[in-house]
Ligand binder design. Structure first.
Ligand code: 5RP
Length: 219
């Protein structure tokens, strides 16, 4: 097992302690979340709200009830991974393309616990990892031109369609030094459904795994 995989598993194990008996848990998407899902038979959930079809299928396979967010009310807890995290617990997410549903479930939750391995910690978001931007199919070229105007270099994620039937532009070179402002600016482009900057609603708790163990960082 690679060190990175061991870190993902350690972060997932640390996240278990936030789960309470009979809770409806918001569950994210990605390889770190998959480590958590494997551990969920150890806890007693009322059900789960899934942030993607992939996660939904994995939860169902374990016999966990999937609850529609519209019938779940405000969730006590959402647990997910991230592609990048800064010192303010602001994130880039969407490497797996589930950003919109992830942002909705995170927003509808009282607490967002984010699990990362050491490679995800950065000083400034967006320098190494592009910002994934979900766009309506018809608006792809228009939005791409607007992103170029902002200094970005959008790359169409070929062959990928989101759970909502939309497309992703992975956008390099955006200036993410003010994540809240850029998140808002991107949201204001007509045709953008959602962007992968989680700054207005950042994580509340970061479980940051490294070869030295799992550090808990609170907002
Ligand atoms: C999916 C995501 C994931 O949380 C992010 O890509 C991290 O994935 P992993 O845990 O596989 O490193 O945002 O849309």
């Amino acid at each position: 097992m690679s060190d990175q995989n061991a870190q993902k598993q350690a972060a997932a194990k640390a996240a278990l302690r936030y789960i309470e008996d009979e809770m409806i848990l918001g569950v994210g998407t990605g390889s770190t979340v998959n480590c958590l899902i494997e551990l969920l038979p150890q806890v007693n959930l009322k059900g789960a709200v899934a942030s993607s079809k992939v996660t939904e299928d994995k939860l169902r396979a374990l016999g966990i009830d999937i609850i529609d967010l519209n019938f779940a009310g405000t969730l006590d807890l959402y647990i997910d991974g991230a592609d990048e995290v800064n010192a303010d617990l602001q994130l880039i997410k969407g490497g797996g393309g589930a950003l919109t549903r992830e942002k909705i479930v995170a927003a509808a939750s009282n607490k967002f616990v984010c699990m990362v391995d050491a490679s995800k910690s950065v000083e400034v978001l967006g320098r190494a990892f592009p910002v994934p931007i979900e766009v309506l199919p018809q608006a792809r070229s228009y939005v791409a031109r607007q992103l170029v105007e902002l200094g970005g270099e959008p790359v169409y994620r070929e062959g990928f369609v989101t759970d909502y039937g939309n497309l992703i532009l992975d956008t390099y070179d955006l200036d993410v030094s003010n994540p809240i402002a850029l998140e808002q600016t991107l949201n204001n482009i007509v045709g953008v459904v959602c962007n992968g900057i989680f700054a207005a609603n950042q994580a509340d708790v970061l479980l940051k795994a490294s070869s030295a163990g799992v550090e808990t960082i609170l907002r």
